[in-house]
Design a binder for this molecule. Structure first.
Ligand code: NAD
Length: 245
């Protein structure tokens, strides 16, 4: 059985690169029309999705409530009502507590957690009316286990899990399923600055002995967005090569 998303419209935030672009590409390959939103590079990324349905790229900041309203309106005008929302946009500002500024804390919470609220708020209304929809939020294993030097990031990603479960409870009776994916360490721009020795030490803690690839995460999102997952809501799917068990 192959996953068929033809006739569906997906919006992936932070979709211009990394896990977001990989997810957008996979949903597109599965037949969905795909909107990619990002601070930068979204139209260029969408232009790479060819040969199947429609793809649309739009600039916008997920942390800005008004901009998200405009982003959602632009995607729905270009592609139609959104059936699948992937809240993927996220940032890090890693520092130990004593060096972490108020701005470091506020910005990470504003993008990673309030961004998820903003996008869900603007997309869920239509999903509820249509009594159908899938929302997949990208959290992190750090949101489950914590991590020294990432108090802001881990708090935001733990918040995403709480938000996911609350939405699953609120929206389940309206046919909207809400889940989270918690990646471990994935090879993207976000993790490229790890020194070689740290990277090597990390790999040794991972039973599968490698960092994740963006496609590893995209595969889990595709599953949760598909009919195969129609009785799954409020869950956190950990995709980390066994690192955090
Ligand atoms: P990335 O930095 O490669 O991509 C993130 C994208 O989000 C970028 O294109 C960026 O421009 C966009 N973005 C940032 N701030 C934004 C904003 N305010 N509005 C709109 N777009 C914005 O990172 P990635 O590794 O692909 O991470 C994607 C998601 O996965 C993030 O939520 C991240 O926290 C999560 N994650 C990543 C890892 C990892 O190891 N890479 C692990 C766990 C979770």
């Amino acid at each position: 059985m192959t996953v068929d998303l033809s006739g569906k419209v997906a919006l992936v935030t932070g979709g211009a690169r990394g896990i977001g672009f990989s997810t957008g590409s996979l949903l597109y390959e599965a037949g969905a029309d795909v909107g990619l939103s990002d601070l930068q590079g979204a139209p260029e990324a969408a232009a790479q999705l060819t040969g199947k349905g429609k793809a649309f790229g739009v600039g916008g900041d997920v942390s800005d409530f008004k901009q998200v309203e405009e982003t959602v309106a632009a995607v729905e005008e270009a592609l139609g009502p959104i059936d699948i929302l992937v809240n993927n946009a996220g940032i890090t500002r890693d520092r130990l507590l004593m060096r972490m500024s108020e701005d470091d804390f506020d910005l990470v919470l504003k993008v990673n957690l309030k961004g998820v609220f903003n996008c869900t708020k603007h997309v869920a209304r239509g999903m509820m009316k249509r009594r159908s929809g899938r929302i997949v939020n990208i959290s992190s294993v750090v949101g489950i286990r914590g991590n020294a030097g990432q108090a802001n990031y881990s708090a935001s990603k733990a918040g995403v899990i709480g938000f996911t479960k609350s939405m699953a409870r609120e929206l389940g009776s309206r046919g909207v399923l809400v889940n989270a994916v918690a990646p471990g360490f994935v090879d993207t721009v976000l993790t490229k600055n790890l020194p070689d020795d740290v990277r090597k030490a990390l790999q040794e803690q991972i039973p599968l002995r490698r960092l994740g690839k963006p496609e590893d995460i995209a595969n889990a999102v595709l599953f949760l967005a598909s009919d195969l997952a129609s009785y799954i809501t409020g869950q956190v799917v950990v995709v980390d090569g066994g690192m955090a068990m």
